[in-house]
Design a protein around this ligand. Sequence first.
Ligand code: PLP
Length: 484
Amino acid sequence: LDPEAFSGESRAVVNFLAEYYRDVDKYPVRAAELEPGLLRKLLSEAAPEDGEPLEDVLEDVRRDILPGLTHWQSPSFFAYFPMNASTAGFAGEMLSVGLNVVPFVWAASPAAAELECVVVDWMAKLLGLPQRLLFSGGGGGVLQGSTCEAVVCTLAAARDRALARLGHESILKLVVYASDQTHVTFQKGARLVGIPPPNFRVIRTSAASGYGLTADAVRAAVDRDVARGLVPLYLCATVGTTGLGAVDPVRELGEEARRRGMWLHVDAAYAGSAAICQEFQELLDGVELADSVSMNPHKWFLTNMDCCCLWVASPRALTSARATDTEYLKNVGTVGGAAAVDYKDWQISLSRRFRAIKLWVVLRRYGADGLRAHIRRHVAAAKWFERAVTVDERFEVVVPRKLSLVCFRLRERFPEDDAVDDLNRELLAAVNESGQAFMTHFVVDGKFVIRLAVGGAMTEMKHVMDVWELLQGKAEEVLRRHQL
Ligand code: PLP
C-alpha cells in the first residue's frame, strides 16, 4: 500500500461519491427492470491480467453498475426499512476499513475491543436500557453485522443453558415462540441452532392488539406444549415489526417468559433507534426483563452498513455457547475480567470488523441531540403523511402508525371488495415504475397493504409531500382506468 497512491485514489472515490450524492435524487429510485444477466454481458469474462487505472474502473461503475442499482440513499426511497448513510457514518467506516484491525481477542487490538465496550454502553444508556445489560451492571454488548447473527447467538446461548440442565438428548423438546409478525430471520436462526420447524410456534396476532403478540396467546401456546412434555425455551418480542411496525408488549411478555423460565429476546432492529427520544422510550417498557436486546444502528441511526448492537444480561451464557480455547489466541482477555473482552466468542465468526469506531464517530459527530432531531424529523413527516391519507376518503390507514412507518391502501368500496387488492397492487406498481419514489408492500389478514417507511438520511418533509402528491395522481389514474 503506497500512501501517496492511497491518498489520491481515496480522494477520487470520495469525489465520485460526492457527485453521486449530489445527483442521487435524479436517478430512478428503483432499478429499472433490466434483462437478467445483462451485467455479465457487459463485463469481461475473466479478471484482467494487468491492473487498470482507477478512472477506468470508476467510469465502468458509472456506466454499467449505477443504472442497475436501486438507490437506497435517494430521499424518495421509502421501501423496506431505511439503511442510513451519513457523512459521519462514512467517515467512521473509512476509519474502520482504513485501519483494518481485527479485534477478535483483546490483545489483537486492545483499544478496538475497549472502544466497543464503551460504545455499546453509551448506546445502552441512550436507549434507556437497564443497568443489567451494561458492562458496568454485569451484562454487556457487542457489535455484529446483522440481527440474524445476533438472534442465532442468543438462541444458541438459550439452547445450551437449557441443555446443560436437561441433557443434550432433550434438544427435540425445546420450543421457541414468536408471532406471525416476527421477522423471518428468527425462524432461520432457530433452524441454524438445531431447533426444527415443528418446534417453532408462530402465534397469530390480530388487529385487536395492533398486531402485537399478547401474553395470553403465548400462555395458551406454552400450556399446550408443556402438557405434551415439551420445554418452552425462547420468546422473541419485536418492537417495531417489519411489515406493520407493530410493537409487542415487552413487559407482559417478559413476565410470562420469567414465569416459564424462557429466554426473552427483544428485537428492536428498526424502532430501537427511536428509543433515544424520551417520548418513545415507553416502547421498550419492561426491557429490564429481557435476557437480550438487539437493534440495528445501520437502519435508522445514521450509521452506514453494517452495525447491529446486541446486549445480553449474561455474557457468560452467550460466550459459553461458542467458547473456543486455542493456544495461539490466549491473552489477558482469555482469563476474563470486565476490562479485557475477547469478542471472538460473542459472535459466530472469529475475525471481525472494527465497527465500534464507526458508531463512535456517529455518536461524537451528531451527539444524542442531533440523532434525536433526525428521528423526530422523520416521525413528524410520517405523521403528516398519515393525516393526509386519513383525510382523503379514497384511502385508509390500515394500522395506526407508531413511528415513521405508515401502512395504508385504497379503501374497499363495498364489503368484501376483492378487486381492491388489485387496485392497490396497480397503484404501487405505477408509483414505483415512475422512478420518482420506491415503496414496498405487505399482506395482513389477506389484505394487500402499501408501506411508506420514512427514514432516509436525506429525506425531508418535502419528499414526503411529493410522494403523497405522486400517490394521489397515480390513484386518480388507476381509479379512472377502472371507471371508479
Ligand atoms: N428484525 C426486524 C424487526 C427487521 O425489521 C429486520 C430487517 O428489516 C430484521 C430483524 C433483520 O435484520 P438483519 O438484516 O440485520 O438480520
